[in-house]
Design a protein around this ligand. Structure first.
Ligand code: CA
Ligand code: CA
Ligand code: CA
Ligand code: CA
Ligand code: ZN
Length: 588
């Protein structure tokens, strides 16, 4: 090689480097501007696009929004929150707080879209739709579209099944061989999916369905089979004779909150201690710092459910007052999302420990719902009414008529995009096999043409709840002169919405200082809850009558009476962590 050529090569290398650098900058820049507002819901946003969407919403509505970096994930990705508040109607911390998060299970991606849609819809319709304008002005919103940022990133970027990439990315030795996550799935054909492997063999225990040969039918006694199923795509990465035996995690982010937490031998997916995972800890702190949060929605998939707690029987039962609030919101959600059911976690589904909404209800006194998005039944007009078990991937149950219907849906409505046709592959251990089956986006979430309906209906369930946050007003409805320099003053607090100003649990267990009605400016000789204004039947409070502790239940009034001495301005103030404070004064 002569000197010139070498120089040229060097030059080319430098040019190439500069080009790469510039294009990286350019692409980075292009990416930053790619997500247009209003957002679109005809596809699923990648993790990077979700971050970009949050930032774009903030850019488009700087007066109404704020982005907050909640914390980092175990793989050091950013967990972002979008906060919505109209400062013209008050500070966020002084209003009822509505918290919405999603995608705590990394594979449950459409949940993130519901959270983004909710934010986008509120902002885009502010000042246009009266209902939206009202709820935006009255509440503060805390939205974390993706909790499990690593899980979402990997679900979309890597080869996965519809059920994998749920976990936090904390390596864990599932098969206890001293190595961690050493035998993950392998996307052998490189299509981004982990599908099934099958092999044609004499005397197999499967045969092809006579109506649709894509379906594998288990043979009955006496029948002859000619296929075996070899599990999900993969090889024996560590040479221990087993395939895919130690995949990512498994640490279930929704079994690791500080409420009735149980270790791994009681419940699979527990970490070594509650709040395992730096992201979860950051989110717990984020919520703890926002004491006004009164309602929590956490979106998952799937099964079509709005679940309330308790998540385990021993955490319950809830008090009637709290159930009444849940019932209003849950029953309305059922009407807004056809087919969805309002259920109680432990009783109607199964018990879980270290659950998120139990944590927020037990610790912070916020009502909480888990929204389990999507029902596969809505894809086809099946006469089959049997529901799939939630959190169970498709394909575990052998229901051949149903699978044929779903394949028809794939053929005629998804145009083949949901099912990978069986394709020959040469496997290092099994030899000639075929890879095929349902792809990762095929189950648990809607095909994107159905996504707009799903996000709108479920965001509307949250909008309804947001319209029902406590709205307390005060009325000084009677003043009686009962002696020289003595007045009896009657005060009424009215909550015109369904959600009580405190949960009964928070009041009973004194999770935080109870709501107060305070009197100042004059001497308070006595005061208490009014049972009957006509007989002046008052439950007098023995000490400090100028401070009364109370809750204003949904759609209710509570009344108090005070005996005041002296003249001048008597000031009455209602103070609440979750409802807005109100004040009134009278001249005596
Ligand atoms: Ca291992
Ligand atoms: Ca593992
Ligand atoms: Ca594959
Ligand atoms: Ca292995
Ligand atoms: Zn989930």
């Amino acid at each position: 090689m002569n000197c010139n050529t070498e120089k040229n090569l060097k030059m080319i290398r430098i040019q190439k480097y500069i080009f790469l650098l510039l294009s990286a900058l350019f692409i980075g820049n292009a990416q930053a501007q790619k997500t247009e507002v209003p957002l679109r819901f005809d596809h699923y946003y990648t993790y990077d696009q979700v971050v970009d969407a949050v930032k774009s919403l903030n850019k488009a509505y700087p007066d109404l929004t704020k982005t907050v970096l909640v914390g980092k994930s175990d793989e050091n990705r950013d967990i972002w929150a979008l906060e919505i508040n109209n400062p013209k109607t008050g500070k966020a911390s002084e209003k009822p707080g509505v918290y919405v998060d999603a995608n705590i299970h990394g594979n449950e991606i459409q949940a993130g879209e519901v959270a983004l849609y909710f934010a986008d819809y509120l902002l885009k319709n502010y000042g246009i739709l009266k209902d939206v304008t009202d709820i935006l002005d009255r509440n503060a919103y805390y939205i974390i579209p993706v909790v499990n940022v690593d899980g979402r990133y990997h679900f979309m970027a890597d080869g996965n099944t519809m059920n994998s990439s749920r976990s936090l990315r904390i390596p864990k030795d599932d098969d206890r061989d001293g190595l961690v996550d050493e035998d993950m799935y392998d996307d052998l054909d490189g299509d981004g999916n982990i599908c099934q492997m099958r092999k044609k063999v004499e005397g197999g225990n499967y045969k092809l369905d006579s109506e649709d040969p894509r379906i594998m039918v288990r043979i009955r006694d006496g029948e002859k089979g000619d296929y075996v199923l070899l599990g999900q795509e993969g090889i024996d990465n560590d040479g221990d004779g087993k395939i895919n035996e130690d995949t990512e995690g498994y640490l279930d982010p929704n079994r690791n909150w500080g409420a009735n937490w149980q270790p791994n031998y009681v419940q699979r997916g527990a970490g070594d201690f509650p709040f395992s995972g730096v992201g979860l800890k950051a989110i717990a702190n984020y919520i703890a710092e926002r004491e006004n949060i009164i309602i929590v929605y956490a979106f998952h998939n799937n099964g079509g459910m709005y679940l309330r707690g308790p998540s385990a029987k021993e955490n319950g039962p809830l008090s009637a007052a709290d159930i009444a609030v849940y019932d209003v919101l849950g029953k309305n959600a059922e009407k807004m999302v056809p087919g969805y059911r309002y259920l109680i976690s432990w009783k109607d589904l199964y018990s879980t420990y270290g659950d998120f909404t139990d944590f927020t209800y037990n610790t912070f006194g916020a009502f909480g719902f888990v929204g389990e998005l999507f029902q596969r039944e809505t894809e086809t007009y099946s006469t089959e009414t049997k529901k799939e078990t939630p959190e169970e991937g498709f394909g575990r149950r052998e229901n051949y008529p149903r699978e044929r219907e779903l394949l028809e849906f794939n053929d005629h409505l998804a145009h083949g995009s949901m099912f990978k046709e069986w394709t020959p592959y040469k496997h290092p251990v099994y030899g000639d096999i075929e890879i095929g089956g349902w792809i990762k986006y095929s189950s648990r979430m809607p095909n994107t043409f159905m996504l707009p309906d799903l996000v709108h209906r479920n965001a509307s369930a949250v909008i309804y709840a947001a319209s029902q946050t406590p709205d307390v007003s005060m009325e000084i409805f009677k003043t009686e002169k009962i002696g020289k320099n003595l007045n009896r003053v009657y005060v009424r607090l009215r909550n015109s919405n369904a959600i009580s100003s405190m949960t009964a649990k928070a009041a009973k267990e004194k999770l935080y200082p109870q709501d107060m009605l305070k009197v100042s400016g004059v001497k308070v000789l006595a005061g208490g809850k009014l049972n009957d204004q006509y007989t002046a039947d008052i439950q007098f409070k023995e000490y400090k009558p100028e401070i009364q502790f109370l809750t204003v239940p949904g759609y209710s009034t509570v009344e108090y009476a005070f005996i005041l001495e002296g003249s001048g301005n008597a000031e009455f103030s209602y103070e609440s962590r979750k409802a807005r404070n109100v004040k009134q004064s009278i001249k005596l």
